[in-house]
Design a protein around this ligand. Structure first.
Ligand SMILES: Cc1cc2nc3c(=O)[nH]c(=O)nc-3n(C[C@H](O)[C@H](O)[C@H](O)COP(=O)(O)O)c2cc1C
Length: 224
């Protein structure tokens, strides 16, 4: 079943347990097309790895409660000041695309074996892995996360229009590292901006919530 963007935003939750079912060829092609578009737009080197159990078979993956992960997307790019934010932005675009294609995902910065993953990835000189996305047919669909109230994540001097509120409703549902939600959106002079409030992986989180805002509001707020 394919979902709309709105449905995908609402139904996406981190899934750490996957069924053995292989990804059909056509679905892999759809993901690869989206990855190619993200790489071109974001100057990235994102790579899809399928049927590869090693990256999620070590102690770290066990700690992270991952089961049955054999497909993942590695968010890779040349080292740059905004690499993490760009990987967050385009990574969330891929997460929502995967959800619309009927797959489940989980952002993973820590609980996987980077060493094992690297054996299956092409990394040139100054390229870095910012994060990976575990991917496949979930054994479960995951659970909604607890969220901070809108007032803690959003400031506005004037009454915000509906498109801004639609964007913020999507942002409340966005994944962040350890569910930290350490960012603040601002609406002033008819312009939306977002800043990070620090914390581990918060630059990736920043890119994620920026994309999620755009997907929920239908308005572009950043350009890379
Ligand atoms: C940048 C980033 C890194 C993450 N790293 C991990 C990780 O290493 N291990 C893990 O189990 N979950 C990881 N997560 C998943 C978060 O714990 C999860 O997104 C958060 O608790 C919100 O839950 P939800 O995704 O179900 O909405 C990460 C999420 C993000 C955005």
């Amino acid at each position: 079943m394919t979902e709309s963007m709105t449905e995908a935003i609402a139904s996406r939750h981190s899934v750490r347990s996957y069924r053995e079912k292989q990804l059909p060829h056509q679905l892999i092609q759809s993901l690869q097309d989206e990855i190619d578009a993200c790489n071109a737009a974001g100057h990235l080197h994102i790579q899809l790895v399928t049927n590869e159990p090693q990256a999620f078979s070590g102690m770290l993956a066990h700690y992270g409660n991952f089961k049955g992960v054999t497909n993942y997307i590695a968010l890779i790019g040349a080292d740059a000041q905004d690499l993490q934010e760009r990987c967050g932005y385009y990574g969330e675009r891929l997460v929502l695309k995967a959800q619309m294609l009927g797959l489940n995902t989980c952002w993973v910065a820590m609980t996987f074996s980077k060493g094992n993953a690297k054996k299956h990835l092409q990394l040139s000189g100054n390229e870095k892995i910012a994060c990976v996305l575990a991917l496949g047919y979930g054994a479960v669909q995951g659970e909604p996360h607890r969220s901070k109230p809108l007032s803690a994540l959003f400031h506005s001097e004037t009454e915000a229009p509906d498109w801004v509120l639609n964007g913020m409703n999507a942002v409340l549902l966005a994944p962040t590292a350890m569910n930290q939600q350490k960012f603040l959106f601002d609406y002033s002079n008819q312009t939306v901006s977002c800043k990070s409030l620090g914390g581990p992986y918060s630059s990736i989180d920043l890119g994620i919530v920026e994309y999620q805002f755009e997907a929920g509001s239908g308005h572009q707020i950043v350009s890379f």
